[in-house]
Design a protein around this ligand. Structure first.
Ligand code: GDP
Ligand code: MG
Length: 152
């Protein structure tokens, strides 16, 4: 099943010069970039995006961290893209994330963990609508598609 998912390259990725490194990993994996833009996040947008954290003591700190510099929002597409991108990212705590994952290779923190990735196809659809206009996500033929996926 071809899915789309939201990836946000957080301020920690920009400040540490990791935008290319992280984007490269998705490209090399064979995922298709359907949308990409730099944004300055706002308190209001983050109240929605991180609504599941609203009662956590670190809620304001996480929001401040996400507003400390611009971010790069990406729409990434592929078969099972939501889970595949989560697997490439690794678990939330960069110190516990396995080497080879993005967080495992580039993060020493829970909060400053380089990227956001949607956690389910349902949430991916909601999040993509929140961050992208329809015309900012592009459908085009990925020339390597048949070589990437074959039949299963
Ligand atoms: P994710 O799906 O792996 O990004 O994790 P969550 O959805 O649970 O949390 C969203 C983001 O909040 C994480 O990526 C971290 O940046 C931050 N976060 C989560 N837990 C903590 C925590 O215990 N302390 C702090 N400071 N930030 C946290
Ligand atoms: Mg999450």
């Amino acid at each position: 099943m071809i899915e789309r998912t939201l990836v946000i390259l957080k301020p920690s990725a920009l400040q540490r010069g990791l935008v290319g490194e992280v984007t490269h990993r998705f490209e090399r994996k064979g995922l298709r970039l359907a949308g990409m833009k730099m944004m300055q996040l706002t308190d209001h947008l983050l109240d929605e995006h991180y609504a599941h954290l609203i009662n956590k003591p670190f809620f304001q700190r996480v929001k401040d961290s996400m507003m400390a510099a611009p971010v790069i929002a990406c729409c990434i597409e592929g078969v099972d893209a939501v889970q595949t991108v989560r697997t490439l990212a690794g678990p939330t705590n960069g110190r516990l994330a396995a080497p080879g994952t993005i967080r495992g290779d580039y993060s020493m923190s829970v909060q400053e963990n380089i990227i956001h990735t949607s956690d389910s196809p349902e949430n991916a659809a909601v999040e993509l609508t929140r961050f992208f206009k329809p015309e900012e996500m592009f459908a085009y033929k990925q020339v390597a598609f048949d070589y990437l996926y074959a039949t299963d």
